[in-house]
Design a protein around this ligand. Structure first.
Ligand code: IVH
Length: 676
């Protein structure tokens, strides 16, 4: 693809994102699902990563939050409203605390106090009080500048309009969360995707009378600008807030020690489903204001506070159907089609069922009511089945004994290493014979780490396969461009671009080539090892004739699982045909070894066993720094085998038989004058 076209595509995507933003934030009416929005954002960031020349001040990598809506007057926050960093585990929490100790340069203090506050998933607002009178209220906006939503905030009963307490500061911004209770959301759920959107939407009504109709709540938890605040820590501040007439969260706790924080987190997570408002984690804040001040801020977030997010979201829905998907290696993966349900702002309609055994173990059936869990970006899965809700007519799900795509028998293999039958059922066809497998293999072939063909993404591979334009990898290099030009969505320019990128990729390194073949268990790292071992495509292809598969066991990093998989690959005649055809259309570059002038010039090394005073990575870089090279297997070409503790016997024996010098770690270091 040419630069101009990429730039154009990039800017179009940014424009679309801006439009989504506008509807979501300013009009509070999302145009698309959150997942679709996230996808677009990701696409833009990926483009930027791939094509370094792309740049826009409007890029989501630069814009944080969003600009305030034009409906409201803008105003600057006297103290910016920052965000919080996220953590997800006990380990993260330990690190967070460790960083604090390091920064303060103190020993571990098991009594360091944190205010632990449930994090309500609503909309934050900053309320300015002057002489005890509610004077102005701003939304967060982009953190520096918010919208003046005073009139709407005034309709919220939880927000005190006048505070007479003597100890209330003469000028202060009280900050907290505006939200809607779940029971109130039920009445308006048709209009909004989730309670958070509902709160955001009603807060931004042009007419405050409309806001008034929706029972919004407010919980206070921090402050921005202040003059006359005589409190020394967060927990006392929370107590004061409630004395002054603000609502605070009844589940706020003062806690010391990671273990106690985690206990509290688990306890609240359990209670979560029973709460009448959505929370998405716990905020931990150093209690002592003096320490907070010393710790200060990093970029956009305080060093003294963090949000411990709940890792998952759960919901109950119905299984409408069970689909069987077929992967590149023929694995049959069952997927439950779910009656769409909103889990944490994302509409879920698919859940993975993992494999046949999982279905049997949980006795999952079509029509069942199930509890689903969605964690991070992974596909949701089923936690449990509600047997009580099952209909009397329900039948056990029978896993297909034949591949739904090509009809071949499906089998469960015996794994020689684990000595167990695989949980995964596979299509027993010869790879490309099965249409679905063929499509998945081709998608892998053109993927980023393999041939990385610009303009030939997954969707296009699917379309070309459906139109029978491609079936085998070699077909990609003999595309019928005239036919493609006539397809919907294609034109002269896009076809030229495709032709250009396909031709460009006819030159390929041996390691990428081996990876692209999609041999089971041969990922990028293994492909690298194999390419170093074979050096040339011809040596690699000759495996089909010389069948020296067991020699591959000498390669450090290659085990029996990989070797038997390579064997299966070479025993398949279609694969050999593919190799022969690809050889005709491609230029596959030999693997090279770098050399110059150093102490170890022209010497090759291999390490076996565990070394004592030095890591393998360091040995490798020492060798390379001194112009030597490391190889991955014992052969006549090897000069030195460095032997550590518990070496692979076979390597030592082979080395001795081939008269390769076998040396210790110390002897190696002596060669570099590193030890006396
Ligand atoms: S303190 C600099 N406390 O979480 C610290 N925030 O990503 C600012 N939130 O925008 C926030 N409950 O909307 C704080 N008890 C709590 C909170 C809380 C919810 C939200 C708030 C903020 C976001 C941080």
């Amino acid at each position: 693809m040419n630069k101009k076209k990429i730039q154009e595509e990039y800017l179009n995507k940014i424009e679309l994102l801006k439009k989504y933003n506008k509807f979501y934030f300013s009009k509070s009416k999302p145009l698309v699902l959150d997942s679709k929005y996230d996808e677009l954002k990701k696409e833009i960031l990926l483009l930027e990563e791939k094509f370094k020349f792309l740049d826009s001040p409007q890029s989501p990598s630069k814009v944080i939050g969003h600009k305030p809506s034009k409906n409201f007057k803008k105003d600057t926050h006297r103290v910016p409203m920052l965000s919080l960093g996220n953590i997800f585990s006990e380990e993260d929490l330990n690190n967070f605390q460790k960083k604090i100790f390091n920064f303060l340069s103190v020993e571990r203090d098991p009594n360091l106090l944190f205010s632990a506050e449930p994090k309500i998933d609503g909309i934050s607002a900053s309320l300015t009080y002057k002489n005890g009178i509610f004077f102005k209220g701003l939304s967060r906006g982009d953190g520096r500048e918010g919208e003046d939503i005073t009139a709407n905030l005034e309709t919220i009963k939880d927000i005190p309009k006048k505070i007479l307490s003597k100890d209330f500061p003469i000028d202060i911004d009280i900050r907290g969360e505006v939200f809607i209770q779940n029971k109130d959301f039920q009445d308006i759920k048709e209009k909004f995707a989730n309670p958070r959107n509902a709160a955001s939407g009603s807060l931004r009504q042009k007419n405050s009378e409309d806001t008034k109709k929706i029972p919004l709540k407010f919980i206070a938890y921090t402050y921005g600008y202040e003059k006359g605040l005589a409190v020394k820590n967060q927990f006392d501040f929370l107590k004061k807030l409630s004395k002054w007439g603000f609502k605070t969260n009844p589940l706020n706790r003062l806690i010391a020690g990671v273990k106690n924080l985690i206990d509290n987190y688990n306890e609240i997570e359990k209670k979560r489903a029973d709460l009448d408002f959505d929370i998405d984690g716990i905020v931990y804040k150093i209690n002592d204001f003096a320490l907070q001040k010393r710790l200060g801020y990093v970029a956009n977030a305080p060093r003294w506070a963090i949000a411990h997010k709940f890792s998952s979201n759960k919901a109950v829905s119905k299984i409408i159907d069970i689909d069987i998907q077929i992967g590149r290696t023929g694995a049959l993966t069952p997927v439950a089609k779910i009656k769409p349900i909103n889990i944490g702002g994302v509409l879920v309609s698919n859940a993975t069922l993992h494999n046949e055994d999982e279905i049997i173990r949980k006795d999952i059936r079509i029509g069942d009511m199930v509890t689903l869990e969605r964690a991070g970006d992974v596909i949701p899965h089923i936690l449990s089945v509600d047997i009580k809700k099952r209909s009397l007519k329900s039948k056990k799900f029978v896993f297909p004994q034949n591949c739904p795509s090509c009809g071949s028998k499906t089998i469960k293999e015996f794994n020689k290493v684990t000595k167990k039958v695989d949980a995964v059922r596979r299509c027993s066809s010869e790879g490309y014979y099965c249409n679905k497998i063929s499509i998945e293999k081709l998608k892998h072939f053109v993927s980023k780490e393999a041939f990385n063909i610009d303009g030939l993404g997954k969707k296009i591979v699917e379309e070309f396969c459906r139109l029978k334009l491609i079936k085998f990898p070699q077909d990609i290099f003999k595309l019928n461009y005239q036919k493609i030009e006539k397809l919907e969505g294609w034109g002269r320019l896009s076809v030229e671009n495709l032709k250009y990128s396909v031709n460009q990729k006819k030159n390929i390194s041996l390691e990428r080539f081996i990876f692209a073949l999609g041999i089971r268990h041969i990922g990028l790292e293994n492909a690298k090892l194999l390419s170093k071992y074979f050096i040339s495509f011809l040596n690699f292809k000759n495996l089909s004739k010389n069948k020296n598969f067991n020699d591959l066991l000498n390669i450090d990093g290659i085990g029996e699982t990989q070797v038997s998989s390579i064997k299966v690959f070479f025993e398949n005649e279609i694969n050999i045909k593919v190799l022969n055809e690809l050889e005709k259309v491609l230029v596959i570059k030999d693997a090279t070894t770098n050399q110059n002038d150093g102490l170890l010039k022209d010497k090759s090394f291999l390490v076996t066993g565990k070394l004592k005073g030095i890591s393998r990575a360091e040995v490798k870089s020492l060798i390379e720094e001194n112009s030597g090279n490391t190889v991955s297997s014992v052969s006549k070409k090897l000069n030195y085998l460095i032997v550590g503790e518990k070496p692979t016997k076979r390597k030592v024996e082979n080395a001795k038989a081939l008269k390769v010098k076998v040396i210790t770690e110390n002897e190696f270091l002596k060669m570099l004058n590193k030890t006396g």
